[in-house]
Design a protein. Structure first.
Length: 399
């Protein structure tokens, strides 16, 4: 029977004479989690330290980052508004309203062209005044006729008065004579005394009648003269009105400036007036403006209006002349807003921008763009807010 070879089992403990075997390193899968835990712990410590340092720095200088942000945003704060140019000093020229006449239209026979420089008192426009001059001549002739009638009536009254005074004086003399005759009643016959008494009564009646009719005649004559005088004065006023209307047909410049023609509705179309056109009374068809001082009238909405204030600098650009740029300042701000066309809740405020300097091309009624520099106001507002924050964070503020 064959015996199987014996198995040799190595003892766990080394023998005394043998060297101790080297320890084998742990596998790589067991050392990697330990390294990750170390890195995570170090990152957490660094994050905590950085957070503490950041909080300490922000507590010491809270306004530094704000100032940096403001410095980067302030230069770009420019607000653009749209408006129309207009003259600071201007006068509208209206077609004359005639006194005492209903004239539907007035015909232009002379007109100063647009852009002409005029002085105060120069003739701007002349309307056809033949009708007014004809009325003036007719009323003047009627007035002269009434003046003659008044003088004639006054002369007749003077003659009638003299005649009536003569008759009254004669009746008075007759009365005095009969009074003397009645005193002879004792020495004359009874028949003569009765005749004298009848003559006395007749003289008294005649005298009283003449005296009463004398006053009535004078009042009637004064009334007739007064009627003619009223007609004369009325005709004179009509004549003066006709003369004034004729003078109104010539319009002269009220100031030194430039002539500007308005666009109006005439003969079924919109346009500027020309010689020969007919204009309704009271229509403003022309302006005389002083181009030395110009301004822009703009509308600012309720969102942009709080950022505007008087004295802010601006630049004005004309849409018709893009190359022209004018320096300007905000001159006036309307205290009350105007309702919008679509909703009364949306308000617009009128802003007047004064233009510095002038140019021959700078005329009224030109569309313009106004770039307002609102950076200064924003900087001032932010500075005030920062000052308030520093005051609130100071130790003595009690916070």
């Amino acid at each position: 029977m064959n015996a199987s070879p014996a198995e040799m089992i190595r003892s766990a403990e080394p023998s005394v004479g043998e060297p101790e075997p080297l320890s084998t390193p742990p596998p790589e899968s067991e050392s990697r989690p330990k390294r990750w835990r170390r890195w995570v712990a170090m990152a957490a410590v660094v994050a905590v330290v950085a957070t503490i340092a950041l909080l300490a720095t922000r507590g010491r200088t809270p306004t530094l980052s704000k100032a940096v942000r403001q410095a980067t945003t302030i230069p770009t704060q420019v607000l653009r508004l749209k408006g129309t140019t207009e003259a600071v000093q201007s006068r509208a020229i209206l077609a004359p309203l005639l006194a005492g006449q209903q004239v539907p239209t007035l015909t232009i026979i002379h007109l100063t062209t647009a852009g002409t420089r005029v002085k105060q008192g120069d003739l701007l426009v002349e309307f056809d005044r033949q009708a007014q001059m004809r009325d003036f001549v007719d009323k003047q002739a009627e007035y002269a006729k009434l003046v003659d009638q008044v003088a004639e009536e006054q002369a007749k009254e003077n003659a009638a008065r003299a005649k009536d005074e003569t008759e009254l004086k004669a009746a008075e003399d007759t009365l005095r004579k009969t009074e003397l005759e009645i005193q002879k009643a004792e020495i004359v016959s009874r028949i003569d005394a009765e005749k004298n008494q009848e003559n006395l009564d007749e003289a008294k009646a005649t005298y009283e009648q003449l005296r009463e009719t004398f006053d009535l005649k004078r009042k009637a004559a004064q009334a007739a003269v007064r009627i003619l005088e009223i007609q004369r004065d009325r005709t004179q006023q009509t004549m003066l009105h006709a003369q004034a209307n004729a003078d109104l047909m010539q319009i002269r410049s009220p100031l030194n400036g430039v002539v500007v023609l308005n666009t109006i509705w005439k003969q079924g179309t919109m346009g500027e007036v020309q010689e020969g056109d007919q204009v309704r009374p009271g229509v403003p068809f022309m302006q005389v403006v002083n181009p030395a001082n110009m301004q822009v009238r703009v509308l600012a909405n309720q969102q942009d209006f709080p950022s505007l204030q008087v004295g802010q600098t601006a630049k004005v650009r004309l849409d018709a002349y893009p190359d022209l740029v004018f320096a300007a300042k905000l001159d006036q701000l309307a205290p009350i807003g105007e309702g919008g066309s679509f909703s009364n809740k949306l308000r617009s405020f009128v802003v007047i921008v004064a233009i510095e300097g002038n140019d021959p091309k700078l005329m009224p009624d030109l569309s313009a763009a106004v770039d307002v520099d609102v950076a200064k106001q924003s900087a001032g507002s932010n500075a005030g807010a920062n000052a308030g924050e520093r005051t609130a964070q100071s130790p003595g503020s009690g916070s």
